[in-house]
Unconditional design. Sequence first.
Length: 269
Amino acid sequence: MKICICGKGGSGKSTIVTLLAADFKRSGKDVIVLDSDESNASLFWMLGFDRPPHPLMDLVGGKRAVQQKMIAGFTKNEDEPTMTIWEMEKLLSHEIPPDYVVENENCKLVMTGKIHQSLEGCACPMGAVTREFLKRFQLAPNEILVVDMEAGIEHFGRGVETAVDMVLCVVEPSLESISLAKKVMSLTTEAGAFFKGAILNKISSPEQKDVVTEKLGDLGVSAIGTIGYHSEIQSSCLDGSRLNAQATAAAEVADIASEILRHAVSIPK
Ligand SMILES: Nc1ncnc2c1ncn2[C@@H]1O[C@H](COP(=O)(O)OP(=O)(O)OP(=O)(O)O)[C@@H](O)[C@H]1O
Ligand SMILES: [Mg+2]
């Protein structure tokens, strides 16, 4: 199963990807994490790696080459998802060239690429490479792939969600984050993927959980689990250290992970 973690900037996507990856590993899964956020660099150390992998963007010739292929395709009036920007037809995890993956304890991390320079052009090629990688990537029976998505909804414009099975939206206690979940739900359905629901994050009281759940419910979005506000998570992100969930957060994430895995077999795709 390929699952995608979306949400508003700063809502906790990378944190939840890291905690879910740890839980999936505990359940005996082989986890592949795809860092598709072109801006933030923190995911590799949150997961406990000492360096990030080489970007997949370089595996397909670099951003400029992908940009040119996209421009050529648009000029010929091709739809973006039909453009050939990745020659390889399929890819299994053991076929990813060693420089392009880092690995520890049943977890592999791959990364689309980051923006390094001003005036280097828009991020469209990043979304296209993410989508094409996801389309080609073939999971072994015990593998699960988790995408740490860039903030917001631009990736829907690139059709990234057409290549995943399940989408979840992280929601922090703010109206903006709640409204975005509704948008993510609609766009996921349009993309033909399965919207599993919202993961409430940074929730500081049972009353706050009720308010956020009710507001989401008013928009037709269901909450599949809640992670409280844990100062240890924030301290770990301030230190730049590996994110090890303390007991409460780990138990909260375990419930969400098992809910995700429970539905793995029944996804309509
Ligand atoms: N449950 C939590 N309790 C306390 N702090 C949290 C929690 N979840 C996330 N944070 C903090 O919120 C900040 C943003 O988290 P994170 O980087 O995971 O968000 P993000 O959605 O990936 O952000 P971006 O959109 O920038 O990629 C971090 O400082 C993190 O430590
Ligand atoms: Mg992030």
